[in-house]
Design a protein around this ligand. Structure first.
Ligand code: SIN
Length: 279
């Protein structure tokens, strides 16, 4: 197995391994690489949805079924992210998966089933690098803050529809998932590294600041997360896989492929209890 780092801050390409057939030693080496590089990329991986879930289960317990993302009929924990003719992607936002949940999501694994000829890349950024780029005064200020996260961003997206009574389906489902509060800076439970834990898709506000100041600070952190120096970009092929640490990263799906078919399977892994992330 070869592990080739792609940038100084984030990302490594792995070859010489079959994810569907990992030995314990290979998994251990991959796990250490995942903690170190935050996102691992693979090509040419043949994996059935069952095998995809088995790989994910080696990282931890699977997340419950997503409240409104489409999934495979017989494997409900395999989310299907799909663009088809006449059904282009909705607006894309930088995000960390599932931060609207009380327990942060530990890791996500995407497996490409169908790819456009051109475009459709995904970009990841290191929120640890964002943290390290701040001055110690800024870090001390952020450590005192918490942010509210909520499942609101999908309203009006292609995952939404009109439910009974004319209400948005996403809004209706979201009623079962009240907003949650997370520290603005969390400590990664395994590496011990501090990371900024906000994202423009699910973070609504910083709780201790007036609205305008909260917006300005979040904007500053989001702009920092967009610096190319902190990012890695991956071009998908059929059979490609990305496995990422969902605590210390954000990602962004580039929607530059119109309605050319693109289909990915995603399995997500539940994180540790919230207390494990305290600074
Ligand atoms: C995701 O946000 O999990 C999917 C990213 C993508 O479609 O590239």
């Amino acid at each position: 197995m070869n592990i080739t780092p792609l940038t100084a801050n984030i990302g490594a390409y792995v070859d010489g391994v079959e994810l569907s057939n990992l030995t314990d030693d290979e998994f251990e080496a991959l796990y250490q690489a995942y903690l170190c590089y935050k996102v691992l990329f693979f090509h040419n991986q043949e994996m059935t949805p069952e095998q995809h879930m088995s790989v994910a289960k080696r990282f931890g317990l699977l997340e419950p079924v997503h409240p409104f993302f489409p999934h495979l009929d017989d494997q409900e924990q395999v989310v299907v992210i799909e663009t088809s003719r006449g059904n282009p992607p909705s607006q894309s936002y930088w995000h960390t998966d599932l931060t609207w949940q009380k327990i942060p999501c530990r890791c996500s694994i995407l497996h490409a089933q169908q790819c456009p000829d051109k475009g459709g890349d995904t970009i990841w950024t290191s929120m640890e690098a964002v943290w390290l780029s701040l001055t110690s005064d800024e870090q001390n200020m952020l450590k005192e803050l918490t942010a509210t996260h909520a499942l609101h961003a999908f309203e009006g997206s292609r995952y939404d529809s009109v439910a009974e009574g004319g209400q948005s389906y996403v809004a209706k489902v979201s009623n079962h998932y009240p907003p949650v509060i997370h520290p603005l800076v969390v400590r990664h439970p395994e590496t011990g590294n501090a990371t900024v834990y906000v994202n423009e898709q699910f973070t609504r506000k910083i709780n201790q600041l007036p609205e305008r100041e909260s917006e300005n600070l979040l904007k500053k952190l989001y702009e920092r997360a967009r610096l190319p120096d902190f990012q890695v970009r991956f071009s998908w092929q059929v059979g490609s896989v990305a496995i990422w640490d969902n605590i210390s990263t954000q990602h962004f799906a580039v929607t530059d492929y119109g309605d050319n078919p693109r289909r990915l399977h995603r399995v997500t892994v539940r994180g540790k209890p919230l207390e494990s992330y305290s600074l």
